[in-house]
Design a protein around this ligand. Structure first.
Ligand SMILES: [Zn+2]
Ligand SMILES: [Zn+2]
Length: 307
């Protein structure tokens, strides 16, 4: 996988505001376009932020209305645009029942196939050069976080070493990089491990969905390049966080610290922090020394390959 690009479609909890739409994250992973949640209005945000509509798979974290009602209109738009390519919808139970309703709402049948796959803790969806793993989290309803992980890639090609071994530049370099041995005119065989460094680990992107801080997620997010964690509330709303099974920004910061994530992005803000999320940022920073930011709608970034 080369491209791993994240675009926030919506960053508000529970209800949309002028500045923030409901939850939705578009992820370009190689040739795939994925959605993590699809709150109402997500399709308009996709137009606004230029993600395109050719979504291959959707991963719902849970079925509170603010995380999935957007799929109804989006499916209709895809139907009208002549889509034939299948779409896979994933989510925790009762995904089958709720998404079946969403897919079949309305009088027109969809002209393209939609598959609904219910996931549980530990389930892995393999897609090309990467996989998406479901992790049980702790919310008021059955809820999952998702961990997108790519496989390790070959180590760095050592040109000097290859030349020293007598490998001519050109196609043989490519063969070695792809993991194939080459036989030199002298009859000597050069193996990939002779000229490649240690394999480089793949990237890891974690999306928490709605949750209390949770040990299973800390474990799953170990060493993540990017942890996207909900931060609905600030310290003075701790009681609300407990009651509604959400996290404060400080708790999100702790999760990032314990997971030793590289970068933490806070999202799913309650309306109180809509225009001024500085308190959330500050409280998360007090717990986590790595890079922290508060997402805004349209925030887009690429996760670079690990060296
Ligand atoms: Zn929510
Ligand atoms: Zn929720």
């Amino acid at each position: 996988m080369s491209i791993l690009r994240v675009t926030f479609l919506g960053t508000s909890a529970a209800q949309p505001t002028i500045h923030r739409n409901l939850s939705g994250i578009a992820v370009k992973a190689d040739a795939d376009l994925l959605l993590f949640d699809c709150g109402e209005g997500s399709q308009r945000q996709m137009i606004r932020y230029g993600t395109g509509f050719s979504v291959d798979a959707v991963f719902f974290t849970h079925f509170h209305a603010d995380h999935y009602l957007g799929i109804i209109g989006f499916l209709r738009t895809l139907g009208m645009s002549g889509r034939e390519h299948p779409l896979v919808l994933h989510g925790p139970a009762p995904a089958k029942r709720l998404l079946h309703q969403a897919v079949h709402l309305g009088v027109d049948a969809l002209a393209f196939p939609v598959e609904i796959v219910e996931l549980r803790d530990g389930d892995v969806v393999k897609r090309g050069s990467y996989q998406v793993r479901a992790v049980q989290v702790e919310h008021r309803v059955n809820a999952l976080a998702y961990v997108l992980e790519e496989g390790a890639r070959a180590g760095k090609f050592n040109v000097d070493r290859a030349r020293a071994l007598g490998v001519p530049s050109g196609p043989d370099f490519g063969r070695l990089q792809r993991g194939e041995a080459v036989v030199l005119p002298s009859g000597q065989t050069v193996k990939p491990e002779d000229v490649l460094g240690e394999p480089r680990s793949g990237r890891k992107l974690v999306v928490s969905g709605d949750t209390r801080p949770c040990a299973g997620l800390v474990e799953a997010a170990k060493g993540a390049d990017v942890l996207i964690h909900e931060a609905t509330f600030s310290d003075d709303e701790q009681a609300r966080a407990l009651e509604t099974r959400h996290s404060t920004a400080r708790e999100a910061g702790r999760v990032a610290r314990e997971a030793q994530a590289q970068r933490l992005i806070l999202t799913h803000l309650s309306t109180r922090h809509d225009t001024d999320p500085s308190r959330l940022l500050q409280q998360a920073k007090e717990e986590f020394q790595g890079a922290v930011e508060v997402a805004h709608d349209g925030l887009t970034f690429e996760i670079p390959l690990r060296e």
